[in-house]
Design a protein around this ligand. Structure first.
Ligand SMILES: [Zn+2]
Length: 248
């Protein structure tokens, strides 16, 4: 796979879900980590491990219209976590299937306040300046309830590895000290490892957690527009293999 990202189309859209709300059925009965700007609850769950000392967070749907990342995590939960109360892995697992529930339901990148949640976190480089309306970072950093729910979660739970699932152009975008994880993932997932995506992302989760808090964070970008059923098989092995860094 080419590392020249310019070969991929810039503005292709994801395939929408026929019934977006149905995706959240996978997390029915889970606790809520907060309420969105549009009044939706944000399900999340901790799957504790008896054996492990490390903690991993998988988060999908920071951008509500990037269905590829959301369906990956949906299928991951279905295969590995259905009917379980504990982690099947050697680490504590935390899962946020969809952070931006408003965006999922409306098929928008942003939340119900039209804020790009991946530009809204309290990072040192947060700025109100914005190149395109779709990146609107909010009236101030941390203005959105979803952002505050995520920051509170990260303050209360010390993570050792975070994967945030998105779609744009295929890449393993690493934030913070995540190269070991990226390289393991790359052994089974033929996406380029990218440290700099070519434009600044102030207020992003990768900057907040990866660069400013030293938590290895991977922003995994699927190619937008992929058929949904192809996505989980594409990345399953790579993601599982990246977890082995924690065993070393
Ligand atoms: Zn995204």
């Amino acid at each position: 796979m080419s590392t020249d990202l310019s070969i991929y189309p810039e503005d292709i859209e994801s395939i929408p879900f026929a019934h977006p709300g149905k995706i959240l059925d996978i997390a029915s009965g889970w606790p809520s980590m907060g309420t969105t700007a549009g009044g939706q609850t944000i399900p999340f769950r901790h799957f504790p491990s008896e054996r492990g000392k490390h903690s991993v967070l998988l988060v999908g749907g920071v951008h509500g219209n990037e269905t590829e990342g959301i369906i990956f995590l949906h299928d991951f939960i279905r295969k590995y976590l259905t009917g379980r109360d504990t982690s099947p892995f050697s680490f504590h697992l935390w899962v946020i299937p969809v952070l931006n529930v408003d965006g999922l339901l409306a098929f928008t990148r942003q939340n119900a306040n039209r804020v790009d949640l991946n530009r809204n976190m309290n990072t040192k480089d947060w700025t109100s300046e914005v190149a395109k309306e779709k990146y609107y970072p909010g009236p101030h950093s941390g203005s959105e309830p979803e952002t505050m729910a995520m920051e509170t979660f990260l303050a209360e739970n010390k993570m050792d590895y975070i994967i945030s699932l998105h779609s744009w152009k295929p890449m393993i975008n690493l934030n913070g000290p995540a190269m070991d994880f990226a390289q393991k993932m790359h052994e089974y997932l033929d996406f380029p490892i990218v440290e700099d995506i070519g434009y600044p992302t102030p207020g992003s989760l990768g900057t907040y957690a990866g660069w400013e808090r030293n938590i290895p964070t991977i922003t995994l970008e699927f190619q937008r527009g992929l058929e949904h059923e192809t996505i989980f098989p594409l990345a399953e092995k790579g993601i599982l293999h990246s977890f082995t860094v924690l065993d070393q």
